[in-house]
Ligand binder design. Structure first.
Ligand SMILES: N[C@@H](CCC(=O)N[C@@H](CS)C(=O)NCC(=O)O)C(=O)O
Length: 297
C-alpha cells in the first residue's frame, strides 16, 4: 500500500520519522533494522499487542488494518512493512541497501513481495499456532470490537481461527510449515557460505527476511534443517544495527513514546520534545540498552 490518506488528523502534525511498532513483531523489526542501518533518528510509539492496544478506533484510524508497523514521516502515513522499506530507501538513499543493476533490483523486489505474501499463510500462522494465539487471546468483547473495526477479509479469517473457544489446527501448522520450508530451502541455496539473498551485497531483501527468522526461532521452527540460513542469519545478527533494532526490543519497554537514534542524531534535531503529540513523557534513547535522559514537556 505504501503512502495512504490519513484519517487521523493528529498524525499529520508529526515531524520527522515516527514508528508505531511493537517489540517482537518481525514486520516492525524489519523497519527498525533499516532505520538503524541508515542511522536515522526516530520516535518510537509503542503499540502493545498483548494488551490489544491495536484493537482501538484510534489505532485503526492510523493503520486501516490495525497492524504494526505504521511509519509517519513528516505527517505522511506509510503502511505495509515491505513498502515502508522501499519508501525509506527512496527517501534516504545513503547508505544504500539496493543493488545497482536493474535485474538485481527486480530480484530484490520479488523477495520483498514474497516476504509479504508468506506473512499470513506462513509466518503468522506458524507463530500464532505455536505461540502467539495463547498470548493474545481476545475476550468475547475484544473479538467483537475487532470484527467491527477490521475490514480486511484475510485478517478477519485469520483471527477468527483463534477467537474465544477456537484454536489453529494441525492442518494449519502443516501448510504453514510446508510454505516456510520451501522458502527457507531457496534462501539457503542463495546465501550458501557467505553470500546474500540478491547479488553480492546485503540488501533490503536480507533485512526483510532475516527479521522473520527471529520470529520463527521464538516459535520453535526447526531452523537447524537449514544450516546456510542459520549461518546467514548469524552474520546479519552480528551487525551493530541488529542490537538496536531487534535485540533491544525483545523485552517490551514500559515507555510509550521515545526518541531513538545516536546521541549525535538526537543532538542534531531541533528539540527532543517537539515531535510528540500524545502528551506522554519523552524518553531520549541512544544506546541499545536504554534510556539516556528523561525530558519533561
Ligand atoms: N502485511 C503487514 C502485516 C503486518 C502485521 O501483521 N503485523 C503484525 C505484527 S508482525 C500485527 O500487527 N499483528 C496484530 C494483528 O494481526 O492484529 C506488514 O507487512 O506490515
Amino acid at each position: 500500500m505504501g503512502v495512504i490518506e490519513s484519517t487521523n488528523q493528529s498524525v499529520e502534525s508529526l515531524e520527522g520519522l515516527h514508528l508505531y511498532h511493537t517489540g517482537r513483531s518481525n514486520c516492525s523489526a524489519r523497519v527498525r533494522l533499516l532505520i538503524e542501518e541508515k542511522g536515522l533518528p526516530w520516535v518510537s510509539h509503542y503499540i502493545d499487542l498483548y494488551t490489544k492496544e491495536n484493537i482501538s478506533e484510534e489505532y485503526f484510524s492510523i493503520n486501516p488494518k490495525g497492524v504494526v508497523p505504521t511509519l509517519v514521516h513528516d505527517g505522511r502515513v506509510i503502511v505495509e512493512s515491505n513498502d515502508i522499506l522501499l519508501y525509506l530507501e527512496d527517501a534516504y538513499p545513503v547508505p544504500r541497501f539496493t543493488p545497482h543493476s536493474a535485474p538485481e533490483c527486480e530480484a530484490m523486489r520479488t523477495w520483498l513481495q514474497r516476504s509479504g505474501d508468506i506473512h499470513i499463510p506462513g509466518i503468522k500462522t506458524f507463530a500464532y499456532a505455536q505461540l502467539n494465539a495463547a498470548l493474545v487471546q481476545k475476550t468475547p468483547a475484544e473479538a467483537a470490537l475487532y470484527r467491527k473495526l477490521q475490514k480486511d477479509q484475510d485478517l478477519l479469517a485469520f483471527h477468527a481461527k483463534h477467537d474465544p473457544g477456537k484454536s489453529f489446527g494441525k492442518d494449519d501448522v502443516h501448510r504453514a510449515s510446508a510454505l516456510l520450508r520451501s522458502a527457507l530451502a531457496e534462501i539457503g541455496t542463495r546465501v550458501t557460505q557467505d553470500g546474500w539473498l540478491v547479488g553480492s551485497s546485503y540488501s533490503l531483501a536480507d533485512i526483510s527476511w532475516a527479521t522473520t527468522i527471529t520470529t520463527l526461532q521464538r516459535a520453535g521452527f526447526p531452523l537447524g534443517e537449514f544450516p546456510h540460513v542459520v549461518n546467514w542469519y548469524a552474520r546479519i545478527s552480528k551487525r551493530p544495527a541488529w542490537e538496536r533494532a531487534v535485540v533491544h526490543w525483545l523485552g517490551a519497554p514500559k515507555e510509550r513514546v521515545m526518541q531513538m537514534g545516536t546521541p549525535e542524531t538526537i543532538a542534531a534535531r531541533e528539540s527532543p520534545t517537539h515531535a510528540t503529540s500524545t502528551g506522554s513523557e519523552v524518553f531520549v534513547a541512544g544506546e541499545p540498552s536504554g534510556v539516556l535522559a528523561r525530558v519533561s514537556r
